[in-house]
Design a protein around this ligand. Structure first.
Ligand SMILES: [Zn+2]
Ligand SMILES: [Zn+2]
Length: 109
């Protein structure tokens, strides 16, 4: 994860907020709250957008900025026509760019 060390604000069920570097906690994780001095559950964690190309080694994380991930996908696919790029939110595969079924989606680029 070189050059990518964004901090995220994570909210616990006690209301305390802490900033974490990657890997960020996920919703529902149990973590130590330093204010409460006990374990708390994560009730708010920004989604992490990641993209990974299936045709080359290109992959990147974008923090909570979904639009940046889509811009990067657009650029990568312009530079490398035919590359199929997967877009993830956390560990969930959200969209695959470069396949037929994407054509119906709003084309931003
Ligand atoms: Zn707390
Ligand atoms: Zn590629």
């Amino acid at each position: 994860m070189s050059g990518y060390s964004t901090k995220r604000e994570i909210t616990f069920d006690c209301g305390h907020k802490w900033h974490f570097s990657s890997p960020w906690p996920k919703l529902g994780d149990t973590l130590w709250c330093m204010s409460c001095r006990r374990e708390r559950r994560v009730i708010s964690a920004p989604d992490e957008w990641k993209i990974r190309c299936t045709n080359c080694t290109y992959n990147r994380g974008f923090g909570a900025a979904k639009i940046n991930s889509e811009i990067a996908i657009g650029k990568h696919r312009r530079n490398h026509p035919g590359h199929i790029v997967k877009q993830f939110n956390g560990r969930e595969l959200v969209r695959i760019f470069g396949t037929q079924d994407v054509q119906q989606q709003t084309e931003l680029f």
